[in-house]
Design a protein around this ligand. Structure first.
Ligand code: FES
Length: 390
């Protein structure tokens, strides 16, 4: 029996009311594989998806692979310095032409040696001279749209997608002084796969309500739930943010409770006394402190599975700090404890969502971000539903 009924879609309306009267989305949005298939078309094949940082591929020939919704992707810097995003699927018989990361002059499919340039063009295909109507130009790796925003790279599977940056204009004033495009950090390893819905993770990343509860204690109480605010943003925005005041300037989640690295130099007094949480659904969340940005890139894989790539950014000067490794270790150990609490909750929430008693729950005012996320989602669900009806 399908979950994609008219009543099901109509029921989303109660999730986008004002926070005081809204309720969460139906549990099936988090547990149904059929609904995940709908989301794949309605969201992941249409929206801009974060695939990493531009400085992961600084030199000609540098490449890395990533995936979203089961689609293998290559990001590569070509001879002319341009960045290219393309499918990794060989157009002969679907072998993946690249795995992991590295530097190469092109991509040679290991199976039958079709050879592709760094921009995806098929340049050679052995023993195909007797094949009728075979045109190399028609067999390049499918290209994806690619855009960079504050040093983060985004791809889009929809060739007609509107550019991303103009729809993020409302984030620019709060992002400007952090100069995120200039920040540096090591390329993280392969994504960690977690057995819960991508939205459970996304909601947890930006939940101001749980901060003082789940994470109660001296390490996290420096950014209290009571100082959270959720600015209203223009309709159609591709992202949103939460501002969360801190109990003292340069607050940071480590045993000193203060920034360990060089503080971003252009911050205002107000910015020195808060943490910024930025969300670009469906794939990027950032925790922007005064000396460090923690970013999370989500790649949804199934109704109950997604990959998570987590990285950190600091100033170029902080990267040169002799104590960089030690300071980062202090930060990571402290954050690991907080993240561990979140991961446990996420796993248990997914179990609860699978229950017949799973609620459509009501929100606290400190969960304004959940309603913002609902607005973002339901807009796209409605557009996807209209497509289904055609
Ligand atoms: Fe790639 Fe045959 S599958 S060359």
């Amino acid at each position: 029996m399908t979950v994609l009924t008219r009543d099901f879609f109509d029921s989303f309306a109660s999730s986008v009311r004002e926070t005081e009267v809204a309720e969460s989305l139906p549990p099936a949005c988090y547990t149904s594989q059929e609904f995940f298939g709908f989301e794949k078309e309605a969201i992941f094949m249409r929206e801009w998806l974060c695939v990493g940082r531009e400085d992961w591929v600084p030199n000609t020939g540098d490449y890395y692979t990533f995936s979203h919704s089961g689609e293998p992707i290559i990001i590569a810097r070509a001879q002319d310095g341009s960045l290219n995003a393309m499918s990794a699927v060989c157009q002969h018989r679907a072998m993946l032409v690249a795995e992991g990361r590295g530097n190469a002059r092109g991509f040679l499919c290991p199976y039958h040696h079709w050879s592709y340039a760094l921009d995806g063009r098929l340049v050679a295909a052995p023993a195909m001279s007797k094949t009728c109507n075979f045109d190399k130009a028609q067999n390049s790796l499918p290209k994806l749209k690619l855009e960079s925003w504050h040093g983060f790279l985004f791809v889009n599977f929809d060739p007609d997608a509107e550019p991303l940056a103009p729809r993020l204009a409302c984030l620019e004033p709060v992002m400007a002084n952090y100069a995120v495009a200039d920040l540096k950090g090591p390329q993280p390893g392969e994504p960690t796969v977690y057995p819960w819905n991508w939205k459970v993770m996304f909601e947890n990343n930006n939940d101001g309500y749980h901060a003082n509860r789940l994470h109660h204690g001296p390490l996290h109480d420096i950014v209290p739930s009571s100082l959270a605010s959720f600015p209203e943003l223009p309709e159609g925005t591709a992202g949103y943010y939460r501002l969360n005041g801190s109990t003292h300037p340069h607050a940071s989640f480590n045993p000193t409770l203060k920034a360990l690295f060089e503080v971003f130099p252009d911050l205002t007094e107000e910015e020195r006394n808060r943490v910024l949480f930025v969300n670009l659904p469906p794939s990027l969340s950032m925790v922007v402190m005064n000396d460090m940005v923690l970013y999370l890139i989500l790649d949804a894989r199934a109704a109950d599975s997604h990959g998570l790539t987590m990285g950190t950014l600091v100033t170029a000067g902080a990267m040169q700090d002799e104590l960089y490794d030690l300071k980062m270790k202090m930060n990571e150990e402290a954050v690991t404890e907080i993240v561990g609490q979140d991961l446990h909750v996420d796993l248990m929430v997914q179990a609860g969502l699978n229950s017949r008693f799973a609620p459509r729950g009501r929100y606290s005012w400190q969960e304004g971000a959940q309603r913002q996320f609902n607005l973002w989602l339901v807009d796209r669900y409605e557009a996807g539903r209209a497509q289904l009806a055609q």
